[in-house]
Design a binder for this molecule. Structure first.
Ligand SMILES: NC(=O)c1ccc[n+]([C@@H]2O[C@H](COP(=O)([O-])OP(=O)(O)OC[C@H]3O[C@@H](n4cnc5c(N)ncnc54)[C@H](O)[C@@H]3O)[C@@H](O)[C@H]2O)c1
Ligand SMILES: O=P(O)(O)OC[C@H](O)CO
Length: 356
């Protein structure tokens, strides 16, 4: 077992990231640590500093106890303390929760190299991939593990942040290889409205979390084209088949059963109906504007992960000459880039290899 779990002093928890999901999970963690003696009652939360109406966001969070930009309307417990210094936030932590848009992982983690407890446990809530120098992809938990030399668990599920913040019932999946650490992490985040299942298939959980964002863009495209729920269900099913095939081909040993946890089919469905990726992709078709422009107009600083993830997957598939085996992932990338018209989404699903 990791030394951090063996020690009996209360575990210090830090959160790296304070966007829509970071702020929502801080409500749960802040509330749980104040009622559980296994955890230190103060939670430090790293805030990428910016001015909101002329005031520093970290100061607003520490005085109003609300992230007025990324999760307005929901109080953040006062024992969650915003900090714009990432090293100061993480240096004493026993459990470090990483929750950032995936493009900011390296730049945010780099200053932490050699500055955190070697016994710390990381938990990644981040959905996406990293591009390797050879044109392959790596999982974000591996990137954090290699950079910071700590064990990294994951937490992914059907967890639209605004619904979690509103305490509407949902489930989530924690991936952790150590049973005791898994139990501790479950105690840290489980509530009566946020129910946790712990499994030991970290990589599959993470694959599900990343790949479903590509499928959600496809769902948004067919919504934007005016197709119905049956069409979207086909996109979801064919997307799921590609997700499973992707795990089989590139991550042998992945368990099919993991796709039936909250991180799998459930997250795919909720994102394809209620997520930001779907919403922006629908607007992309209806307005003809660029994705980046719409992301700024619609999401007010929040980020969608689907187009970037589609590009990461496409680069890897192209390098391996395997685009044809994943036509839905490939079409989503090409549509996002303006290389194919959105109407091609329908041709893609009509001619999908699943029907041949
Ligand atoms: N929002 C959700 O419903 C949800 C649910 C589950 C998982 N996730 C995943 O959690 C991760 C984080 O998503 P989120 O919704 O918390 O973020 P978000 O989409 O709200 O992104 C905004 C965050 O990015 C930060 N940021 C902007 N520029 C930065 C920079 N240069 N360096 C560092 N940070 C910068 C902002 O300060 C803000 O905290 C993503 O991988 C996402 O897929 C999100
Ligand atoms: O709003 P999206 O599309 O980024 O999806 C959010 C979450 O990943 C849902 O679990």
């Amino acid at each position: 077992m990791n030394e951090a779990v063996k020690l009996s002093s209360p575990k210090k928890v830090s959160i790296i990231g304070s966007g829509n999901w970071g702020s929502a999970i801080s409500r749960i963690i802040g509330s749980n640590v104040s009622r559980n003696g296994k955890f230190d009652s103060t939670v430090k939360m790293y805030v990428f500093e910016e001015l909101v109406d002329g005031q520093k966001l970290s100061e607003i969070i520490n005085t109003k106890h609300e992230n007025v930009k990324y999760l307005p309307g929901f109080p953040i417990p006062p024992n969650v303390v915003a900090n714009p210094d990432v090293v100061d936030t993480a240096k004493d932590a026993d459990i470090i929760i990483f929750v950032l848009p995936h493009k900011f992982v390296r730049v945010t983690c780099q200053p932490l190299v050699g500055k955190i407890k070697p016994t710390a446990i990381g938990v990644s809530l981040i959905k996406g991939f990293d591009i390797t120098p050879g044109g392959g992809i790596d999982l974000i938990s591996n990137v954090i593990n290699k950079l910071l030399n700590i064990d990294v668990a994951v937490l992914m599920g059907a967890n639209l942040a605004p619904e979690v913040a509103a305490e509407k019932f949902c489930e989530t999946t924690i991936g952790c290889n150590d049973k005791e650490e898994g139990k501790l992490l479950k105690e840290l985040v489980q509530t009566d409205y946020f129910r946790v299942v712990v499994v030991d298939d970290i990589h599959t959980i993470e694959l599900c979390g990343a790949l479903k964002n590509i499928v959600a863009c496809g769902a948004g495209f067919v919504d934007g084209l005016g197709y119905g729920d049956n069409t979207k269900a086909a996109v979801i099913r064919l997307g799921l088949m590609e997700m499973i095939k992707f795990a089989e081909v590139f991550y042998p040993g992945s368990k099919l059963s993991t796709f039936f946890e909250s991180c799998g089919v459930a997250d795919l469905i909720t994102t394809c109906y209620g997520g930001r990726n779907r919403k922006v992709a629908e607007a992309f078709v209806k307005t003809g504007k660029k994705i980046e422009e719409l992301e700024k107009e619609i999401l007010n600083g929040q980020r969608m992960q689907g187009p970037q993830t589609a590009e990461e997957v496409y680069i890897m598939l192209k390098n391996k000459g395997m685009e044809d085996r994943f036509p839905l992932f490939t079409a989503v990338h090409q549509i996002c880039q303006g290389q194919l018209p959105p109407t091609q989404m329908v041709n893609c699903i009509q001619n999908h290899p699943e029907h041949m």
